[in-house]
Ligand binder design. Structure first.
Ligand code: MN3
Length: 201
């Protein structure tokens, strides 16, 4: 069964001024769509065609023969979540249980946010930074290109931020730290993060 581009959970201009309409038009409408359509054409008539997306991500990772499939499956999975990790008027209060766990594992919410931003700033070139639940603890990690914690078997991602240039260059030019700060302060949908935390723990 072919994969489909999931609907964007808000209008293309809903994240302004922190993420502009043109960014969403290209990032969702072009980049994400291309990952999905390319993945479909690559797995067609292979033994992966019957698998769900998570299974393809895990099965295709780390094998040069399936690198192209992985790149597109990883990015399809990452972006399926990415749009839900943001919302209009995001940021703000973190639901109680999750906030408690953040303070327990990082010392404070601000320390977690700083670590998350530094992971994104420190990712050389394209990639993602993550907040994961791993072995009962919250951790911040980063991965290059289309890789993710699912592929690495390194915990369950409950928040991720795309630090490919296509995610911020129209709005922030080369200022990746400003983009990451706006992401954590004004875009994150903490209710969705808390929902994933609940499922993961
Ligand atoms: Mn992207």
């Amino acid at each position: 069964m072919a994969f489909e581009l999931p609907p964007l959970p808000y209008a293309e201009d809903a994240l302004e001024p922190y993420m502009g309409r043109e960014t969403l038009q290209f990032h969702y409408g072009k980049h994400h769509n291309t990952y999905v359509t390319t993945l479909n054409s690559l797995v067609q008539d292979t033994d992966m065609a019957a698998l769900d997306l998570e299974s393809i991500v895990k099965k295709s990772f780390g094998n040069p023969d399936t690198q192209k499939i992985f790149n597109n499956a990883g990015q399809a999975w990452n972006h399926n979540h990415f749009w839900h990790w943001m919302k209009p008027n995001g940021g703000g209060a973190i639901p109680g249980e999750l906030e408690k766990k953040i303070v327990e594992d990082f010392g404070s919410v601000d320390k977690m946010k700083d670590e998350f931003i530094q992971a994104g700033v420190g990712q050389f070139g394209s990639g993602w930074c993550w907040l994961v639940v791993d072995g009962g603890k919250l951790k911040v990690t980063k991965t290059p290109n289309g890789e993710n914690p699912l592929a690495h078997g390194a915990g369950t991602a409950i928040l991720g931020c795309d630090v490919w240039e296509h995610s911020y260059y129209l709005d922030y030019r080369n200022r990746r730290p400003d983009y990451l700060k706006a992401f954590v302060d004004n875009l994150v949908n903490w209710d969705y993060v808390a929902e994933l935390y609940g499922k993961a723990s």
